[in-house]
Structure formats: C-alpha cells, structure tokens
Design a protein around this ligand. Structure first.
Ligand SMILES: *[C@@H]1O[C@H](CO)[C@@H](O)[C@H](O)[C@H]1NC(C)=O
Ligand SMILES: [Cu+2]
Length: 165
C-alpha cells in the first residue's frame, strides 16, 4: 500500500473518532431572556415557563441552562407528584449555583424553583425529552447508537489501515 493512501486512511479514521467525540446536545436557555424568575402574573404570566417549554424540542443529552440570582432562587428536579403539589421538600436533585447547566434525562422530567412561594406563582415547567444524542447522563438510546456506530466505523477503518501498512 502506498504511503499516501495509508496517511489518507489514518486521517479519515481520526476524523471519524473526533466526530464521535464532538456529538453533544443542544443548550436550552430556560425562559429565554427572562431567565429563571418568579412570574409576577402580569408582565410574566403564570404559565410563562410551561409555554416556553412547550415551544422547545428536547432530546436526552440536551442541556437545560438555568440562569438566576442564587440568593433568590434555586432549581429542583422533582417527581410528577411533587411537581403537581409544588412540594420542595423531597427533590430528586437540587441545583443552586445561579448558572446551572443540567443534562436532560430521557422521558418526562419536572422542574421547579426551590423557594416555596415561587412554584405556585408559576416558576415551574415539565418536559418530555426524546431518547437521543449522547450526553453525560443519558442512557443508551437510538442517538447513542449513531455515535457508537461512529466509533465502531472509526476503529474498523483504523484496523484496516494498520493491517495494510
Ligand atoms: C407535563 O405533565 C403533565 C401531567 O403529568 C402531562 O400531561 C404533560 O403531557 C406534560 N408535558 C410535557 C411537555 O411533558
Ligand atoms: Cu424562584
């Protein structure tokens, strides 16, 4: 095999490996420019976050980006029951940095503010994420199969390259 062809095969396999590594989800900035606040019921209506969420398309491995003043708010992932009741006492997870970047789980998930009076005012939303692109905490779904395919293809090409050199 000519030296030039070997290098070309190696370059292609490296590209495949890096494209597999680069697969990651979309960032969803919660509330857009309104960020994560307690709706006042007028300028920001009570259903603001549910409406925001209903206009986004979520895939597992995407990120929810919550931006807020950590002195006045937090983020809780809660159960469906706690979501309906606006219960802040038994969250699945709690975030409080003021700039939380959270990988979306596949299927339904429920998000509220941890300050007790804020969820009843509408600082809450739920989403249902499609199984999909690989992310730090997503399980193996159809999207992951695509990136696994990338890696397998890259390894196969690398193997062929090494055998023919
Ligand atoms: C939000 O939760 C309600 C009640 O569990 C459900 O009917 C609705 O489909 C959910 N919305 C989304 C976008 O998942
Ligand atoms: Cu709040």
């Amino acid at each position: 095999m000519a030296q030039g062809r070997c290098s070309a095969v190696l370059v292609v396999s490296l590209l495949l490996v890096s494209s597999a590594a680069v697969v990651h989800g979309v960032d969803h900035n919660v509330g857009g420019t309104t960020k994560w606040i307690k709706p006042d019921g007028s300028t920001v209506p009570e259903n603001f976050y549910q409406k925001w969420a209903s206009e986004e398309k979520f895939t597992a491995g995407d990120n929810l980006v919550f931006v807020y003043n950590p002195a006045g708010h937090s983020v809780l992932e809660v159960s469906a029951t706690d979501y309906a009741a606006c219960s802040t006492t038994t969250p699945i997870k709690r975030y409080a940095t003021g700039n939380d970047i959270i990988s979306v789980p596949a299927g339904p998930s429920y998000w509220i503010c941890g300050i007790p009076s804020h969820c009843p005012a509408g600082q809450k939303f739920n989403i249902t994420a499609a199984a999909g692109s690989s992310g730090p905490s997503s399980s193996v779904g159809t999207g992951n199969a695509v990136s696994i395919l990338h890696v397998v293809a890259a390894l196969a090409v690398a193997l062929i390259a090494s055998m023919s050199m």
